[in-house]
Design a binder for this molecule. Sequence first.
Ligand SMILES: Cc1ncc(COP(=O)(O)O)c(C=O)c1O
Length: 302
Amino acid sequence: MLLPALDWHPQPRLEPLHLDWLARASVEVAVLRLDRIDPLISGNKWFKLVNHLRTAHEVGAKGIMSLGGAYSNHLHALAAAGKRFGFPTAGLLRGHPQDTPTVRDLKALGMDLHWLGYGGYRERHAADFWESWQIRYPHLHPVPEGGSGLPGAQGCMAWAASVREQLATLGWADYHGWWLACGTGTSLAGLVLAEAGQRPVYGVLAVPQDHGVAQRVESILGEAGLCSALYELFDGSRGGFARVDGELTDFIETTAAIELEPLYTGKALLLLKARVEAGGFAPGTRLIFVHTGGLQGRRGFE
Ligand SMILES: Cc1ncc(COP(=O)(O)O)c(C=O)c1O
């Protein structure tokens, strides 16, 4: 039942991004449109899931169970993939029952939902957390929150090949680095692994610095045995995860060239603007901005 999913190999398109502040600094940006790979299975989520699905298939599981919040992009993509490819899914949710647009979609997509409360959700890192859920769902393979960890990161390495295959369509011979939003750092770690020190990967933290992203990235890179890692993390959280202010909202509204949401991609592009305007990149620099999706989550802010 997981095989049809493993046969899906979405190819994100690479598109030029034309913005006046980039043109003024003679910096070029191309966007890797992960948000456009599918209307529902959108963003970086599929790529972080695919190796977990492969493991699930190898161990004989029929479907997947995982964790997230009431606006979770990860659970949304997982539920949509289950519906599309015909495998069962269960979602363990943070907090108490809420009726959000995302939760309504999860139900409509056929995901079994369980609300763990806040204390119950904090237990998710405990060694025996999955035991009772495995008894309840013996045919489902557990996937960590957000599809994180080395298998998740390795699924994101494919983006580097996608970009290199499409550079010629932009008339670019090469590029100088990557720019993307970070929540757990899994996607960034995948790109750092793919580049193996050749080009830098710049990550904009959507969560405050004490959320352990740097440690998680280091742990993935260490597990993969990478020696030459080239990356930098910037705090773009604007005071907290999901903290939204007028400057960010205005920026998203006035950046008509690309659809953004306020939690990840909006914060990432706004910080890029600040770096570009501060002269952080030499004229002629060519960057790949990864559109990691999340547009479904915007409904929480409307
Ligand atoms: C839309 C979106 N962009 C970026 C991220 C960050 O990805 P990662 O957790 O791999 O750093 C997430 C999830 O955390 C997300 O939902």
